[in-house]
Structure formats: C-alpha cells, structure tokens
Design a protein around this ligand. Sequence first.
Ligand code: ADP
Ligand code: MG
Length: 689
Amino acid sequence: MQGKNSFNEIAVRYIKGVGPQKADLFAKIGIENISDLLYYLPRRYEDRREIVELKDVQPGKIQGVMGEVLSKTVFTAKTGKRIFELVLAQGNKKLTAVWYNQPFMQKFFNAGQIVVLYGKVELYRRLQITHPDFEILEDKRLTNSLNMGRIVPVYSLTENLKQKYIRNIVNRAVSAYLKELKDCLPTQVRARRKLVDFRFAVENIHFPHSYDNLEKAYRRLVFEEFFILQAVMARRRKKLRKRGIKHEINTKALDDFEELFSFELTKAQKKCIEDIKKDMSGERSMYRLLQGDVGSGKTVVSMYALLVAVSNGYQAAMMAPTEILARQHYVTISKTFMPLGINVRLLVGGIDRKDKEKVKKELDSGDADIVIGTHALFQENISYNKLGLVIVDEQHKFGVHQRKKLSQKGEVPDMLVMTATPIPRSLVLSVFGDMDMSLLTEKPAQRADVTTYFVGEDRRALVYEFILDEIKKGRQVFIVCPRIKKTGSEDIKSTEEMFEELRRGVFRDVPLALMHGRMKSFEKERIMRDFRAGKYAVLVATTVIEVGVDIPNVTVMMVEHAERYGLAQLHQLRGRIGRGKHASYCILLGSAKTEVSCQRLSAIAESNDGFKIAEKDLDIRGPGEFFGTRQSGLPELRFGNIVKDFAIMEEAREEAFSLISEDPELKLYNNQGVKESIIKRFRGKWNAC
Ligand code: ADP
Ligand code: MG
C-alpha cells in the first residue's frame, strides 16, 4: 500500500523479540515482513476498557478485575490434576484464580504484585475465575498495558503464538515503523470522503482508542483497498473503450425495428436499446453487460445491436455457451432477419465439415452478416471480413480470456455481454466493474407464473400423479437429475437409472426421452426437436437443458436432488418453464439436511425474482461460492467484504473513476501513491492492469 518504502522488505525477525523460531510461526500465518504484520488485522476485539476493583465484581459476568496478589499455591487434586491457585485481595474482598494442569504458572506471580485478570467470574463458595487472561502491572498502573484497560485486539493465531505475544510484537512494529508509512490516497479524496490519516488507521485498527476510532480506521483501510481495485477497473474500462466504430442509427431498418415483433417491447427493453444506441453511435466502442432474468427478453435487445452493426455494413458474431442454445438463437434470429435480406449463419461443432467450410468462407468474404455459434467461433482459424460486434450470451460460462480472444478478431468491435444469472450489484462492481451496465428489470407481461414447491421424498407419489394429470391435459414435463451415471457409493440417482425406473414404472404408458451431456450433439438435437414437436411427453435430462431452452408447452419441471444445486442454477433451470400461456410448476424434490440447504431451497420456493435470489445466495454462500471458484475473477481482498462493505465500495468507485478520468496514466505528483499501490498489487506490472 505504501510504495517502495524499504521497511516493506524487512523481515519480522528483525523486530526485537522475534527470533528465527517465532519467525517460522509468523510465516505459518502469512506474515513475513513488517508490512504483513501491520496489515494483519485482528479477527475481533474485546472491550476490556473497564477494570473493576474486587469489591465491584459481578459474579456471572466476563470482566477485568484488578487486585493485589495475596498468596499462591500449587496442589494435587484427588484426580491427580495439578492445580495452581492465586489469591487476590483488596480490603476484605478476595478472589481466587485457578489454573488446571499449569503448575508452571506459579513462577510468574509473587505476593504484593498488582495484577489484572480478565475472564468470567463465578461465585461458588468463593469468588473464582478460571484460566483468566492476566497481566502483571510492573509499574502498578494500567496506562501502558496492551492487554487490559482498553479495547484489545484478538488475532487469528497458530499454535505457540500467543495473543499477548503478538500484541506486543505488533505494538513494536507500530511504534517503530508507523511514521514511515506513506498515505497513498490523494488529499482531496481523503478530505471529500472524510477519511482518517493512514497512520491513524493502522494504529487504531490494532489498538483502537475508542470504537469510533476503530470504525474510522476500518473504513479507511477498506476504502483504500476498494479504491485501488476500482482504479484498476477504471483504467481497464478506459483501455477497452478505445476509439471504435461510430454507427449510423437513423436508418429505416432501425426505425422499424419494433415492427419485426408481434409484441410490444417492454419499457425495460426500450431502455436497454437506448443504452446500446448511445454506445454504438458514439465515438468509443461499446463494452456493455446486459443483465436480465431468464425470460426477460434479452435476445430481442441483442437483435437490435445486431441490426445496427449489419445495417452499417459490419459483421456480427454471437457466442452461446452450448450448441442447443446457439441453435435456438439461430432459429429465432434467422427467422426474423432472413426476410430482411440479412445473411445469418450457424457455426457449431455439430454441423458437417462441408457446411462449416462454407460458413467460414462466407465470413471471410463478408457474405455472411451474422454468425451464431459456440466456442467454435474463435477456436478455429476463422477470419472475419469486417467484424464490428461481438455478443456473448450467458456470460458467466465464459472466461475473460475467451472474451478477449473473440474481440481480437475485429478491429475494435463493440461488445455486448448478456447474462441471465442475476448478479448482485456488489459483485458486478467488483468483477465486471470495467463494463457499462443495462438491466432488464421487468418481464414481458404475458408470461405464465411459475409456482415452486419444495417437497420431500414422502410426496413423490403425489408429484407423479400431478405430472400424469398435466400430461393428460396435453402438457409436457422436464425431469432433471444431477448425473449421467452412478459414481461412487453416494445415494444419487443417475439420469439413466431414473429414466429406466420411470419408463418401467409410473410412466410406462407415456412417451419418454432421455438426454444428457455425453450424447453426440446430433442426437441431442434430434431429441430436442422431437420433444419440441410433441413426440415425447417427458424429457429426463441432466442440466444440459439449463440454458436457453424455450418450449412453451412444458409446464412442469421436477428437479431430483435439488439440494445439490446452487440457487442461481435452480433459478436458471426454472426459467425453462413458464414460457407459454399455461400456469407452470417447478417441483424441487430433495432432502435439505442442513440448515443452509433448507434456507436455500426455501428462498427459491418463495421468490421468482432472480435478483432477490442472487442476493440471498450471495449472503448464504459468500462471493467465492456464488460464482464457483474457477474463473470467477473475484479480487483477493485483505480487508473489505464486498457484501458487508458495499456502501464503501460505491464511494471508492466514484472517486477512483473520477481520478482516472482526470489522470488516466497517473502522472500527476499527487497521484503517485495510487500508482505505486496499483503496481504493488499487480506485482510490478503497471501495464498489465
Ligand atoms: P431471455 O433470453 O432473457 O431469457 P428471451 O429473449 O429468450 O429471454 O425471451 C423469452 C421469450 O419472451 C421469447 O419467447 C420472446 O419471444 C418473448 N418476448 C421477448 N420480449 C417480449 C415482449 N416485449 N413481449 C412479449 N414477449 C416477449
Ligand atoms: Mg437468452
């Protein structure tokens, strides 16, 4: 945080009282040098400000008590335990402190010492305190104590490192090095946001003089951490939004866009289209995240962007995470655009080589206007004639890296990233903080309601009955299972087992299909097509149907072992139904064994609002789990918590973005501290961030 101050590199063992052995213990908890130590935040604090005299002791309470040592004894109890007893006295009051199995304690104490004990005082036949924290006041006064008579830090420790010891060492580091700490935040930012001085913050985070100071110190450290992160976001955003394509948007085709659809666009859709319009007609390239719950109509919005690019003579590529979804987009988009003379092409693994070659040629020559596909869009050696727009659907499945690769296929193509996993704003700002954002907050009106039930195994028979009823009415059903084949001894039904069981059992008179991720794509496609055509009433599948599948006649989704899915995923799955005019039902079958899984399943049963569910999920599972650890892009944080400290993050973001817009390369003298901190955070690579 403070640039190249030399003390950063000073190893902890150079602090008085830390030898090589202790240094090894410090290393275990990640502390190598002085700065590690200063940034080692207490896990919590104990309020030991009030130290009472013996006459004021209240039995039953945890408290600090001061008194004079009257006597000490070690004796062996009937059980063979060695017991050390220390008696404090004051006037005619006495208190006995007891330590079991620690006879060596006696060597610390002598009659006449003034000591402070901290712990729970109990009243048996006498006043007693067991295994208290203690401090012997050498000068008989409390003022210099690190352990008593103040708000005391409690650190996470490892074996053989004691609280008292680390407090002492931290205190030495603070007194010796505090004055060398440089404040990296620009003065105006500090003044505007009423942030305390950095040295004050470090001192008070360890040894706060009051809770008010502690809060100020914490806010200051967290602010700085977020500020640095957001400054990086701001820089990235600036870099990504280079001078780009300036599109003409007052064309007939675009004016008539709405008429392409049989429905009226929602207000939210119109607003998002406005955002895109501004981006694409502006000087700089678009880099926008379009967030909308399943079924909120993102595809329509993305089609507007496609039309802008194509009517300005550019090509556009749309990338979906699965073949099924790519095909579905292809069907929707080509149906609408082909009649306008726009050449829409599909490029996925499952099409045959000849067709693939043809599409590639058309992309190279410029005959193809729009291409929709999967990873194939950039994995193979494809060249575009004039790529101006890249749309990525269901973004959370793609890494940042892949996004970059695709955008490199054009000069400075516009980017629109769509996600149906509602991401709470706190996460958006910390992970996608470099993008602009549009939100589809409302759903098209005529969508059917989905009612969700969370039921236990005992209701299975009833669920089947209900499903058979729906089938009789002509509706269709998804049954989702977690796995393809049984693995290990876990009591999980595989998709195949489930399929067999149902086919021979309750659904023996019903046309049933099976689909899973390991099938060849042409097989999956055939099954999907037949299912859509009504050839099957029930589709037993893995989560391959998770994204994008749009079959209005499906009114029931039953999820086996629902407790095994994340909330976001369940919500995604549920989004596959309720796509028509019939009332729809999502039935989560599962056994919620833990409190947490019970909370989660109830959360999803109670709400249809993806954003609310996402917030809840984030709350219950924390940011790391929320995204799944791989490729999450979550920043490592030392101090701040993106959920709890969201308000601070927003302030820090505002300041960081305005700083970067005024001084993008951080050349001003005043901003050198920020620059150094960024460099430090990125291990010396200014241009990498
Ligand atoms: P998403 O991709 O956000 O899950 P889609 O774009 O696939 O949602 O839209 C879901 C369904 O709603 C599609 O069948 C689409 O045609 C329909 N739809 C989209 N916008 C509207 C609207 N404004 N009014 C009515 N139906 C709409
Ligand atoms: Mg979609």
